[in-house]
Design a protein around this ligand. Structure first.
Ligand code: NI
Ligand code: MN
Length: 225
């Protein structure tokens, strides 16, 4: 698998010949100004919840790529009304076949209002399973005991928020990784805004001390994972 970090919580994963794009928020992110949104590949776009820093550029990318946009039912309908052709609405605990993947919409403890004030359903997270294994994107969430249910997926890696204030911070993300049984963590949702600024060296050291690997790719960087 190849993973590209587009800043904030936006992750692109190239696997099974597809490009899974999660929570694209680039135009509104000053730190991601070097990323060219019009060139980001996507065959599936996954939206964890309705907040502006997660739905961001999804409409434009979906219309350009004709990717299947997957989210909860309310958010999928919101995008369908905006003219996004391929949408798939799910709800918590369900799984669906999407292209070469099985995608499960799992629990997150957060909120989910859409940017125009529309009801955005319940926030969630995703487990994506394909021919090269499974990975998880936690969206925005607190530490929650439900994470222990992800152990059975033998996750190759998990993308976990580490910025604190609106989501888990470093210590809770370490506990989340333990609950999920995952050793490789890609840190998301940090440093974009002042309230979620963190000491990245301390974050790295804390994960290492816990016997885990924290990966913090540069914005625009692609890594093998
Ligand atoms: Ni949020
Ligand atoms: Mn957020």
């Amino acid at each position: 698998m190849r993973l590209t970090y587009y800043g904030h919580s936006c992750i692109g994963v190239n696997t099974a010949g597809h490009d899974v794009l999660i929570d694209p928020f680039i135009t509104g992110n000053a730190l991601a100004s070097k990323v060219d949104v019009s060139r980001i590949p996507a065959t599936e776009i996954l939206i964890t919840h309705g907040h502006g820093d997660h739905v961001g550029d999804a409409e434009a990318i979906a219309k350009r790529t004709n990717a299947t946009l997957v989210s909860n039912y309310e958010i999928a309908e919101w995008f369908a009304k905006k003219g996004v052709k391929n949408t798939l609405g799910m709800n918590l605990g369900g799984k669906a076949k999407v292209g070469p993947f099985t995608i499960k919409y799992t629990a997150a403890v957060h909120s989910s209002q859409l940017p125009d004030g529309s009801y955005g359903g319940n926030p969630g997270a995703f487990v994506v399973t394909g021919s090269e294994g499974s990975f998880h994107h936690a969206g925005d969430t607190a530490l929650t005991a439900d994470m222990q249910f992800l152990k059975g997926f033998n996750l190759r890696f998990a993308c976990l928020p580490i910025g604190d204030h609106f989501t888990m911070g470093i210590d809770d993300a370490i506990e989340a990784a333990r609950l999920m049984g995952v050793t490789k963590v890609v840190g998301i949702h940090y440093n974009t805004f002042p309230p979620i600024a963190i000491d990245t060296k301390l974050a790295m050291a804390s994960f290492t001390k816990a016997g885990l690997e924290l990966m913090l790719p540069e914005i625009g960087q692609t890594i093998s994972i």
